[in-house]
Design a protein around this ligand. Structure first.
Ligand code: GLU
Length: 321
């Protein structure tokens, strides 16, 4: 089927989706990280960024929240650029675990690789690969520079979130050391865990995440800065990872019902990519049992249904001026 829509019509659908979903009360703030437990549960924002840089914003689109697991997408891109697809497939993998984001069982089952850079084990392994290995300061700079460039502006380190997470991340600590026992972490485990925790504590807005997503949708060129941040061949690779595991154990249900490759974070953010057309980000703190924002899922799903957009659509999708 051919889908044709104007930017004006799409803008109306985004506003309508926001109004339709804003009263949803389901879900609970993440409770295992104390800072996230106390976030205002009524915050709700959405941004759509076209590949030409035009933007649609609704609600709390400028509220700064913790990027959490959406940072995994950025660091996966960084190591894909640095090491290439073959090496990342061998050293980390690209398999959906079908299990929770911090599953120990997944590491035991998939015992030759950490499975994918988009779950905690693979993300900590990805951080361990960031160059220069062994150099905390330069590795952190490389991680931040990469995220800032993708977002099109500086992200803000949320010290209170970092402290809160660093004092409660016992499971992630076990993961880092379990990876060490299998020889699947490639720098010091404590250093890798700490930098992973720090990257999760960077504060972003939906505007920044939509720019990040639009950069992927645009094949590696940030539509705001016009700068090429990665080669176009990495875009389908990262999108495939988002599609297969972006919602952890709910990834298949999400992709089936929304038709949009996307990545979530426990603070309530979701970032989705419709290749060649736009990036989208939504934020609302209450999450479901898998750690995915209830309201952000609802608003994106509503928009995808109303427009008929779907990454698996076999016909043409055109957005006209
Ligand atoms: N920093 C969180 C953790 O490691 C990220 C989890 C997520 O956002 O899914 O537990």
């Amino acid at each position: 089927m051919e889908i044709r829509i104007t930017k004006k019509e799409l803008t109306e659908i985004v506003y309508d989706a926001y109004e339709h979903c804003k009263r949803i009360k389901d879900g609970k703030n993440a409770s295992y990280i104390p800072y996230l437990a106390k976030a205002n549960r009524d915050l709700f924002g959405i941004t759509l960024c076209f590949v030409d840089g035009d933007v649609i914003n609704v609600g709390n689109h400028d509220h700064v929240f913790g990027i959490e697991s959406i940072s995994k997408v950025a660091t996966a891109l960084l190591v894909l650029k640095d090491y290439g697809c073959e090496t990342i497939l061998k050293m980390i993998g690209a398999d959906a675990t079908g299990l929770s984001f911090n599953s120990i069982l997944a590491i035991l089952l998939e015992n030759d690789r950490p499975s994918t850079p988009l779950v905690n084990a693979g993300a900590i392994a990805a951080v361990s690969l960031v160059r220069p290995v062994g150099n905390r300061g330069q590795k952190w700079k490389a991680i931040c520079d990469n995220i800032n460039a993708l977002c099109g502006s500086r992200t803000e380190f949320i010290e209170e979130l970092y402290q809160s997470e660093a004092l409660s991340n016992f499971k992630n600590r076990s993961i880092a050391w379990l990876l060490k026992s299998y020889n699947r972490i490639y720098d010091d485990p404590e250093l890798s865990l700490d930098l992973y925790t720090r990257q999760c504590s960077l504060g972003v807005t939906t505007e920044q995440l939509a720019t990040f997503a639009a950069t992927i949708a645009n094949g590696g060129v940030n539509p705001m800065s016009g700068v090429r941040l990665f080669e176009a061949r990495f875009a389908p690779k990262i999108i495939s990872m988002m599609a297969s595991v972006g919602f952890y154990e709910y990834s298949g249900d999400w992709l089936f019902s929304s038709g949009l490759p996307a990545k979530t974070g426990v603070s309530g953010g979701i970032m989705g990519v419709l290749p060649g057309l736009f990036g989208i980000a939504a934020f609302a703190p209450p999450i479901d049992e898998a750690g995915n924002s209830v309201k952000a899922q609802a608003v994106i799903r509503y928009l995808m249904e109303k427009t008929g957009f779907n990454v698996f659509e076999c016909g043409n999708i055109r957005i006209d001026e």
